[in-house]
Ligand binder design. Structure first.
Ligand code: 5RP
Length: 222
């Protein structure tokens, strides 16, 4: 079976066990499978979305989507990830440019589940070779990149595939992809740069359960 579908079904089981009234729904192709499964399940709660793309899918399936600005507590959330490193347990997210809202949803959630296929899991941070995305307020682009250069972090502005111009997030911001190893060493400095709205590293405090489609689980209860 498709590993993304397997992971989605495993997450649905966890979600239904917890009977959330408000469910946070992440972004990406694995989450798309989860939305399909959720729509066929007994779940009757409300949902909060992490991206425009996810909102459209949820609405298509008939879910009541609550505005992220109006909630202060989410019972459970389900999201994907671009890299899961196990030592220490942490994630790189933002491959779909939804990192800021994904982090807001994770922060508001009482229980956070991430679903991945085995190709995403590595031992050490940066082993998978994906960059660390940061969301940057456009007016601060040159200030942020000047600081990244001072810190010795290689960066590129993310552009859309097959079209001119940069990727613009749902919040009207830019995404910069940072060379992973150096950026990982300097996470705290990067987070504090003026104009950086979000960094796509999710550390232990934002992770309750990682479900890998091959049956491995990582997190507090495992
Ligand atoms: C979007 C994300 C996604 O969760 C991440 O990119 C994984 O996506 P996919 O399930 O398509 O591999 O962080 O910003």
């Amino acid at each position: 079976m498709d590993p993304k579908l397997t992971a989605a079904r495993m997450a649905l089981e966890e979600v239904l066990k917890r009977q959330p009234k408000i469910l946070g729904v992440g972004s990406g192709t694995t989450v798309h499978k989860f939305i399909d499964e959720l729509s066929r399940s007994e779940f009757t709660g409300k949902v909060v979305s992490t991206s425009f793309d996810t909102t459209l899918r949820l609405k298509e399936k008939g879910f009541e989507v609550v505005d992220l600005m109006s909630v202060n507590r989410i019972d459970v959330s389900v999201d994907g990830a671009d890299e899961v490193s196990t030592e220490p347990l942490s994630l790189i997210k933002g491959g779909g440019a939804a990192l800021l809202r994904e982090k807001v949803v994770a922060e508001l959630s009482s229980f956070r589940i991430y679903i991945v296929d085995p190709s995403k899991v590595v031992e050490k941070p940066c082993d998978r070779g994906v960059p660390i995305p940061i969301e940057v307020v456009p007016v601060s682009l040159s200030a942020v990149t000047k600081n990244l250069e001072r810190l010795g972090v290689k960066w590129s502005v993310r552009t859309g595939s097959g079209k001119l111009g940069p990727v613009i997030t749902d919040n009207g911001n830019l995404v910069l992809d940072l060379e992973c190893n150096r950026a990982w060493e300097l996470l705290e400095e990067i987070k504090s740069l003026n104009g950086v709205a979000a960094v796509g590293v999710f550390e232990r405090d934002l992770i309750d359960l990682v479900i890998v489609s091959d049956g491995r689980k990582y997190g507090k209860d495992t």
